[in-house]
Ligand binder design. Structure first.
Ligand SMILES: Cc1cc2nc3c(=O)[nH]c(=O)nc-3n(C[C@H](O)[C@H](O)[C@H](O)COP(=O)(O)OP(=O)(O)OC[C@H]3O[C@@H](n4cnc5c(N)ncnc54)[C@H](O)[C@@H]3O)c2cc1C
Length: 455
């Protein structure tokens, strides 16, 4: 590997920061993560990652990338209670009002609590001799060269101590969607990046339940993506052998209440009975937790003409997606791979090269999330003909894929960021979609399984 510099700093040590640090460790003498929280002794949610108590699944592509960075990582997560397995054959997927056909595939996803996933990455990372973390360290701002053309480090406070300067050859902001980079850059005379926001007002209400081996027909997860006329979402995911996590909720304020009976009634309104079956019969193992997610948010750093040297913005700080599609950690992992590829070519023009590479990787999950959210008639945003056509076509694909395993697999390869969306327009796939819909019409089937009843 090429040595690029002596010291790199990463702001934030959640999934994005950890994966960025892993990529940097091959190119810098020392990598220091500055994290505002202290790391809990056990893998439990922490303040700086408030989504940590809610359902998280790792898509197949994200698992592949993290496993490449840390060989044996999947087995470690499984040994501590998680589960990995076939994401088509062992997971129920409901979208566009229908359940996709389950069929064996080679796509392997990983389920464990969000803190467990992060804890195992952090421990593997900190076992590297040149990576360290400073806990309870809040970054307050950037330190720039006299002419502001380059970043030289950060100003940070550890605990209640005095503000200190930490110098570095590269600073990477992985501080999440609340990132201060736009404001910090503006204070140095740079233009803020354009922000694209698609307001969706998603709410998650989450609770843990006792899991029994025969639940859900032996499958380890069920994911329900809302679709008109019932836009409510739900996830029922394996957490440990004896524990399910249930997160349910909807768009634009249609959130699940944190009250026993009303939560159950909301679960009952989903387009499949499985989540209600667990909620109404299994022993609850936690209180309710709530999380509000206002908008898909993308900061277009790749469009900036002027940007300081030695500075990057990473993961959710650059783009955060409607969490219902489970993409965030996988995109962070993809960005870490791209960062390593960019560093292989040296640090000249690193920021524009990285932001352009990341743009290409973000475009696909962004189009999946935003395109699907725009099917909701009250979500505001431009709906060009391309978006309308794709949404119409994906609806038809779902109708055919409820009886067609290879078609369901093709769709889930794209949703798991393993294959490009154009794969779904390959003539062989289009032929299956047409054939499936003709057969359906011949059988006189209704277009949705069950629209669900709003509670
Ligand atoms: C409800 C919900 C469910 C989700 N489900 C999934 C899922 O199923 N699958 C999936 O892949 N993704 C999911 N995501 C997305 C995923 O959680 C994030 O994409 C992932 O955590 C990467 O985020 P990040 O590391 O960039 O930022 P964050 O996780 O937000 O972490 C930012 C870190 O920076 C620290 N920090 C912030 N400011 C400072 C500062 N000034 N100084 C020092 N430290 C600082 C914070 O303490 C924190 O540790 C979900 C998100 C939400 C909200």
């Amino acid at each position: 590997m090429k040595r690029i510099g002596e010291h790199a700093i990463v702001i934030g040590a959640s999934m994005g920061g950890l994966l960025a640090a892993r990529a940097l460790a091959d190119f810098y003498g020392t990598v220091t993560m500055l994290e505002r929280d202290s790391f809990p002794a056990e893998d439990i949610p922490r303040k700086g990652v408030p989504q940590g108590g809610h359902a998280h699944g790792l898509l197949a592509r994200g698992r592949d990338v993290i496993e490449d960075f840390f060989p044996g990582w999947t087995d470690e997560v499984v040994a501590s209670g998680g589960i990995c397995g076939d994401i088509v054959g062992n997971v129920g997927w409901v979208g566009h009002g229908v359940t996709l056909k389950s069929t064996p595939s080679t796509m392997i996803g990983l389920l464990a609590s969000r803190p467990v996933l992060e804890g195992h990455v952090r421990r593997r990372l900190l076992a590297l001799p040149n990576v360290r973390a400073i806990e309870t360290c809040a970054v307050q701002g950037l330190v720039a060269a006299a002419d502001n053309s380059a970043i030289r480090g950060v100003r940070a406070k550890v605990g209640h101590g005095e503000e200190q300067t930490v110098l570095a050859d590269l600073v990477v902001d992985a501080s999440g969607r609340g990132s201060s980079s736009p404001a910090w850059l503006e204070s140095l005379g740079y233009v803020r990046p354009v922000e694209e926001r698609i307001e969706i007002g998603i709410g998650y209400t989450t609770r843990l339940y006792r899991r029994s081996p025969g639940d859900l027909g032996g499958k380890f997860a069920l994911v329900v993506a809302g679709s008109g006329p019932n836009w409510r979402n739900g996830a029922l995911l394996f957490q440990t052998e004896d524990r399910w996590i249930v997160s349910i909720g909807g768009y634009l304020g249609d959130h699940a209440p944190d009250d026993e009976q009303m939560f159950a009634a909301y679960a009952r309104s989903l387009p499949t009975p499985d989540i209600y079956d667990i909620v109404s019969s299994a022993e609850p193992l936690s209180d309710f937790m709530r999380y509000r997610y206002p908008a898909n948010l993308r900061r277009r750093y790749e469009k900036l003409i002027r940007f300081p040297k030695n500075y990057l913005v990473f993961a959710d700080a650059m783009c955060s997606f409607n969490p219902v599609y489970g993409q965030g950690m996988t995109v962070a992992a993809q960005e870490a791979t791209l960062l390593a590829e960019c560093l292989e070519a040296g640090d000249a023009d690193l920021a524009p090269r990285f932001f352009n590479a990341a743009k290409a990787a973000i475009d696909v999950p962004w189009d999946i999330a935003v395109g699907n959210d725009l099917r909701h008639p009250q979500v505001q945003g431009a709906r060009p003909a391309k978006v309308k056509f794709i949404n119409w076509y994906i609806g038809k694909l779902h109708l055919a894929a409820r009886h067609d395993g290879p078609l369901a697999t093709a769709f889930l390869e794209v949703a798991n960021l393993k294959a490009p969306p154009k794969r779904l327009l390959h003539p062989s796939v289009v032929a299956r979609v047409i054939r499936g819909n003709l057969v359906r019409r011949g059988r006189g089937e209704a277009s949705t399984v069950r629209a669900g009843v709003q509670a």
